[in-house]
Design a protein around this ligand. Structure first.
Ligand code: UDP
Length: 407
């Protein structure tokens, strides 16, 4: 068993000693700082993935980092998914009954969570947003939004922004998501943990064993998309692009997905995809981080053909493995991929098919794009940078914590 918790020192070969020491110095000042992060699921989706790594790294740095999730019925998560969709630009029709479910569930949660001794509270996404309305605020509260907010439903945003303004600051991924708000706005792009099961190095044998376990054929090049089953990820568009490209090249397409506990639409999206399954189009639903890792490493090309994407962790994960990514030209993906340099950005199925053919026909192009992709992640998208941004945030507020340390 070589399982051990990675610490900031492990990042030294990747980011240099100076950066490691800088993070350590910032953390030392915040020793025992109590920060509570609240989101809506421990499992599935990028937020859970990010928090599971961030909380551990902050803990190893000496902070008292705590992570809790809110509880809710399927009805509650059906309402919050509608809100999520509308914040990404979809339509919405929220009846008073649905709004009441949303409000009542959050209220109930406040009887199960007693954040009395925190130095800061960070609330993620719309699901737990309303919590702030039910507590007496005794420390700074930050709203952390992971959604592509470039075109939110105007009326919904208007309603939500009133609650957001009760917070002390809001964090979005990129400046394009900034809104008119009477609170400071910060921008943190997500990052990956290079030591997690999803991202750590794997031997050829480990990759082969993992793919064999799921009967994924390796006789032809693999093209894959790894994503929650969600219509915003455009899995149908990926299948169409693959079929178009197959007139010129031969390959196997794998759509690997999972269903997040707070996403009630996932099972329907998955079921609808099954009718597209054929010998060279595999649809797999499972939660296996080692399989994600193996697939992203073995694939000749990874798709993330989203039509909305706050930020695609799967894009960064594949890039870290030196695998070229074809991403939808939307949201955060535009900040992750520089078109033609370290991946491709596409606006249509036809463009996606064309880039796929280019990549599959040209191993040199795959190599050039793949190595540029890996370097982009090393320099910009590792968790050490994300943790440092959090330390800067915690340090920037005048809190009880800082006063306690003065006496
Ligand atoms: N993921 C996974 N198994 C799957 C599909 C996705 O473990 O079958 C992980 C993926 O590796 C990534 C996260 O779930 O870490 C998805 O994050 P992303 O930001 O790409 O999308 P989100 O689901 O948050 O919209």
């Amino acid at each position: 068993m070589d399982k051990r918790v990675a610490t900031i020192e492990d990042y030294a070969p990747l980011i240099g000693n100076e950066a490691v020491e800088r993070v350590q110095r910032k953390a030392m000042i915040l020793k025992d700082f109590r920060v509570l992060h609240i989101n809506s699921t421990f499992y599935g989706g990028g937020v859970a993935q990010l928090l599971s790594s961030l909380m551990v790294l902050l803990g190893t740095l000496g902070l008292k980092a705590d992570w809790r999730t809110i509880h809710g019925s399927p009805d509650f998560f059906s309402v919050t998914k509608k809100i999520h969709n509308a914040l990404q630009g979809g339509d919405i029709n929220l009846t008073d009954r649905k709004l009441q479910i949303y409000r009542d569930t959050i209220h109930e949660n406040t009887f199960m969570m007693h954040p009395d001794n925190e130095d800061m509270i960070v609330v993620h996404d719309p699901q737990p947003l309303l919590l702030i309305e039910f507590y007496k605020k005794h420390c700074p509260w930050i709203w952390r939004c992971h959604i592509d907010l470039s075109k939110p439903h105007p009326l919904l945003w208007q309603a939500i922004s009133r609650t957001v303004e009760r917070y002390d600051a809001a964090i979005f991924h990129i400046p394009e998501y900034a809104r008119e708000l009477r609170v400071p706005q910060l921008f943190f792009m997500p990052a990956i943990n290079p030591f997690s099961t999803t991202n750590k190095p794997l031997s050829e044998d480990e990759i082969g064993e993992r793919l064999a376990r799921y009967q994924i054929p390796t006789d032809l090049p693999i093209v894959a998309q790894v994503s929650r089953f969600d219509r915003w990820k455009d899995p149908i568009g990926v299948i169409e692009a693959f079929k178009m490209a197959r007139k010129k090249i031969n390959a196997t397409l794998v759509l690997l997905g999972n269903i997040a506990a707070d996403d009630p639409e996932g099972p329907d999206v998955y079921q609808a995809l099954l009718s597209h399954q054929e010998e060279r189009v595999l649809i797999l639903s499972c939660q296996d981080a080692a399989l994600v890792n193996a697939l992203q490493r073995k694939a000749a090309v990874i798709f993330q053909k989203s039509i909305r994407e706050g930020f695609g962790l799967t894009v960064t994960e594949a890039m870290w493995k030196g695998t070229p990514v074809i991403g939808g030209n939307v949201g955060g993906i535009r900040h992750q991929i520089q078109d033609g340099e370290n991946g491709f950005l596409v606006n249509s199925v036809a463009e996606a098919a064309e880039r796929l053919v280019w990549l599959l026909e040209d191993p040199e192009l795959r190599k050039r794009i793949g190595s540029a992709a890996k370097e982009t992640v090393r320099s910009k998208f590792l968790l050490s940078r994300y943790a440092e941004q959090h330390l800067d945030l915690y340090g920037a507020f005048e809190t009880e914590f800082h006063l306690r340390r003065l006496v």
